[in-house]
Design a protein around this ligand. Structure first.
Ligand SMILES: [Zn+2]
Length: 250
C-alpha cells in the first residue's frame, strides 16, 4: 500500500509514558496523501479536502498506532461530550469531546490552532479527547468532560491526567473582539492588550475542576510559530487539520 511508505510523525506526552497501554499521539502534518492547500496529513473531512484522501490519511494513522478502530468526532465548536462504545461507534452525534472506557477503540479530534486534549482516568481505565478553541474555552468544555466522565463512570478529577496538543500560543492569540468573545473573568489572561494566554487559561480551568497541576501537561509549541509541522487556520485559512488520537490497548 502506498501509505506504508509514507513517514508519519507524532508527539507523545511525558505524563502518559508510564501507561504504555494508553496509545496516543498528536499527528504532525507530514507523511499524508493530501495535496495543497491540505498538504499533507489532513485528518479532517470538513475543510474541503477529498474524502477519499482523508480516508487514506486516517487509515495511515490507525495503522501507525496499531489500533483496530479510530472514531473521529463531528466537531461544531460546541460543548457536547459523547460516550463512545463498540455498539454505538458507527454513528457518532455532533460532539466536541468523546470518551470511552472500552479497549481497542481509538478516539480522535482534529484541530488547527485549537487545542486537542487527552484525558486519562487510570482508576476507571477510561480516556477522552476534546477539541477546544476559544469558543470551547469560553464555555469551559474541559469542565464538561470531567463532569460527564464523573457522572457516567465515576471519574474523580484528582485522578485524571490531561495532556494538551500544540496550539495557538500567547504571542499569536490575538482577539481584537475579545470583549464580545471571551468571558470577563478571563480578561486578566492577556499577556499584552488583545493577546491571550490560552495555555494558562486551560491550566486554570483544569485546576478549577480539581485536577492537580502535576497531572497536567500542556505542549508549549505554538501552531503559528511551527506552521511547517502543524496546520494553522490563522496562517492559511484554507488548510488541513492535525489530529489528536487516544485509545486503550486491549
Ligand atoms: Zn506563535
Amino acid at each position: 500500500m502506498e501509505f506504508e511508505k509514507r513517514k508519519l510523525e507524532w508527539l507523545e506526552f511525558d505524563l502518559l509514558e508510564p501507561f504504555p497501554h494508553v496509545i496516543h499521539g498528536v499527528f504532525l502534518r507530514h507523511g499524508g496523501a493530501s495535496k495543497a492547500p491540505f498538504e499533507t496529513l489532513n485528518l479532517s473531512t470538513e475543510v474541503g479536502d477529498h474524502p477519499d484522501t482523508v480516508k487514506v490519511n486516517r487509515e495511515a494513522v490507525r495503522k501507525a498506532l496499531g489500533l483496530p478502530k479510530i472514531v473521529f468526532a463531528h466537531q461544531t465548536h460546541g460543548t457536547n461530550v459523547h460516550r463512545v462504545t463498540a455498539k454505538n461507534c458507527e454513528k457518532v452525534p455532533a460532539a466536541d469531546a468523546l470518551f470511552t472506557s472500552e479497549k481497542d477503540l481509538g478516539l480522535a479530534i482534529s484541530h488547527g490552532d485549537c487545542q486537542g486534549a487527552i484525558f486519562y482516568d487510570p482508576v476507571h481505565e477510561a480516556i477522552a479527547v476534546a477539541h477546544c478553541g476559544w469558543k470551547g474555552t469560553a464555555q469551559n468544555i474541559y469542565a464538561r468532560v470531567v463532569s460527564a466522565m464523573h457522572q457516567e463512570i465515576g471519574t474523580q478529577a484528582h485522578n485524571l491526567i490531561v495532556c494538551i496538543s500544540p496550539s495557538l500560543g500567547p504571542d499569536h492569540a490575538e482577539y481584537k473582539n475579545y470583549k464580545h468573545e471571551i468571558p470577563q473573568d478571563l480578561w486578566s489572561f492577556q499577556t499584552k492588550p488583545n493577546y491571550f494566554d490560552f495555555w494558562a487559561i486551560s491550566k486554570k480551568q483544569l485546576n478549577g475542576c480539581g485536577i492537580p497541576e502535576k497531572n497536567i501537561e500542556i505542549s508549549d509549541l505554538c501552531t503559528v510559530c511551527n506552521k511547517s509541522d502543524y496546520f494553522s487556520y490563522r496562517v492559511d485559512k484554507k488548510t488541513g487539520r492535525n489530529a489528536t488520537v487516544a485509545g486503550l490497548k486491549g
